[in-house]
Design a protein around this ligand. Structure first.
Ligand code: CAA
Ligand code: NAD
Length: 289
């Protein structure tokens, strides 16, 4: 498999394109507009440079990796890709519409994967022309730094598709776990309620942003405090995940924290929008509450 397609050049799509290019794949990266695709590639260049500075990659590897990433707004280009990984916004209607447009353009035997954080793989697969060649490949943020990929089979996913997915995960140097197709799968089932609970605690005045984050870093040895991590994931994405869990399980314990809802309504999405539980507009993040 030489060419892979990646749909979406945001946080995750750019990370997936990054690790695939470093592993030697040619990557076609699509976005809704060329300036967004270029922004994605600029962030890949930035993150590759971090790896050069840390001695993980050489300058030559950085340059050749960047040269392997082709930007497009035209999904016709995916006809050459043996594996296409969708990493667009966490919205089921958007993903379903995109698959309807995309599938007729793909090679008949190519595999379509989704990086969804929470949405049913079986349901998404059923909206495509290839449920047996559809699979969940759930990466973690930031992709170049995180070792795990959760692989989720839908009801109709074939063994050959599973084989292609696991070979790809091994080729990019990640470790695979298999999760059942249940709302938000395995890691997010545990992690996202924790982030949501931290936002409940903030909303109830149990502690400040700084103290909640310090508490979980120093008291539970988490590498990032939960509010820093929520901002890092994207509050819009976290809210979408909580809503999928709330609806999928029908259990009120998964209801999104009201403060999370309010922040997303305000357009405060976290790092990517410049403001969330911290303000990122002036260098060092400053707590906003
Ligand atoms: N590419 C992208 N980002 C990189 C990077 C790379 N190659 N190297 C570093 N970073 C980012 C860090 O996030 C951080 O950003 P800023 O400098 O802009 O503040 C910075 O670079 C820190 O880099 P360091 O070199 O200091 O790295 P570190 O040793 O502090 O580790 C970390 C950073 C690995 C992110 C660590 O803080 C960590 O593990 N945090 C928790 C991450 C986590 O839990 N991720 C899962 C989120 S949930 C998810 O992904 C699933 C979902 O569906 C929502
Ligand atoms: P993001 O908001 O950073 O980026 C999403 C990108 O998708 C945007 O740049 C948008 O322009 C693009 N997009 C929307 N419609 C498109 C289309 N039709 N064609 C091409 N591009 C399109 O979001 P993200 O954090 O990168 O999340 C992407 C996916 O990955 C979601 O399904 C999310 O749940 C999942 N995910 C997110 C994280 C995380 O920590 N943020 C972790 C794992 C998985």
């Amino acid at each position: 498999m030489q060419t892979i397609g990646v749909i979406g050049g945001g946080l995750m799509g750019s990370g997936i394109a990054h690790v695939a290019a470093v592993a030697g794949y040619d990557v076609i990266l699509s976005e809704v507009a060329m300036d967004r695709a270029e922004r994605g590639k600029a962030s890949i260049a930035n993150n590759l440079a971090r790896q050069v500075a840390k001695g993980i990659l050489t300058d030559a590897e950085m340059v050749s990796s960047l040269d392997r990433i082709f930007l497009t707004v035209d999904t016709d280009r995916f006809a050459d890709a043996a594996l296409v990984i969708e990493a667009a916004t966490e919205n089921e209607a958007l993903k379903t519409k995109m698959f309807a447009d995309l599938c007729p353009k793909l090679a008949q035997d190519s595999v379509l994967a989704t990086n969804t954080s929470s949405i049913s793989i079986t349901r998404l697969a059923a909206m495509t022309d290839r449920p047996d060649r559809f699979i969940g490949l759930h990466f973690f943020n930031p992709v170049p730094m995180m070792g795990l990929v959760e692989v989720i089979r839908g009801l109709a996913t074939g063994d050959a598709t599973m084989q292609i997915a696991s070979e790809f995960v091994a080729a990019i140097g990640k470790t695979m776990i298999e999760a059942q197709d249940s709302p938000s799968f395995l890691v997010n089932r545990i992690l996202c309620p924790l982030l949501n609970e931290a936002i409940f605690a903030l909303g109830e005045g149990i502690g400040s942003v700084r103290d909640i984050d310090q508490g979980m870093k120093l008291g539970a040895n988490h590498p990032m405090g939960p509010l820093t991590l929520a901002d890092f994931v994207g509050l819009d994405t976290l809210l979408a995940i909580m809503r999928v869990m709330q609806e999928g399980f029908g259990d009120p314990k998964y209801r999104p924290a009201p403060l999370l809802v309010k922040y997303v309504e305000a357009g405060w999405y976290g790092r990517k929008s410049g403001r969330g539980f911290y303000d990122y507009t002036s260098g060092e993040p400053v707590p906003t509450r």
